[in-house]
Design a protein around this ligand. Structure first.
Ligand SMILES: [Zn+2]
Length: 161
């Protein structure tokens, strides 16, 4: 799943939950949960090894930068707690950080440590077939839109109380 989807969902978690330990757990669970929804993988799974400047890498970098910009925008717009949002956004994307950086770029796929770490990730992953890519993009647009609506609602609720 795109990094921007995970980061936005992570931001939503930190808008509602204020306990850092709960945030870490929920953010991690959110990653596997959203990866289990049918989605189109654009830049996250880099199939070419070792590191190459292929289009997937470029889209992946663009997706990550766009996600970070969106998180910063949401923090500012809704006056969110920056530390909690960064914590949540980081853990909501951590399994992909492990997967992409350590397994793909550093080619540590065969080490037992990364096989154990990546097992739940591979297990939960539901990538749509290529011909269904629109469906796989729509699920991610929905995650971003629903997260945005929830962030808006929960931040306004927080200001009232
Ligand atoms: Zn993932």
């Amino acid at each position: 799943m795109l990094t921007i989807s995970h980061l936005t969902a992570g931001t939503a978690i930190a808008t509602k939950v204020k306990n850092p330990k709960k945030i870490v757990i929920l953010a991690l669970i959110s990653h596997y949960f959203f990866d289990a929804l049918p989605h189109t993988e654009v830049g996250v799974i880099i199939k070419q090894q070792p590191f190459r400047y292929n289009w997937e890498t470029i889209v992946g970098i663009f997706d990550t930068i766009l996600g970070i910009v969106l998180v910063l925008f949401l923090i500012k717009k809704f006056s969110l707690n920056r530390k909690l949002v960064f914590l949540s956004a980081f853990f909501a994307s951590l399994p992909d950080i492990f997967y992409v950086i350590f397994s793909r770029y550093l080619c540590l796929d065969n080490t037992l440590f990364f096989q154990i770490i990546n097992y739940p990730h591979d297990f939960s992953h539901f990538e749509t077939p290529k011909s269904w890519w629109i469906v796989g993009i729509l699920t991610q647009v929905l995650i971003i839109v629903i997260s945005y609506v929830l962030i808006r609602k929960w931040s306004l609720d927080g200001q009232k109380s």
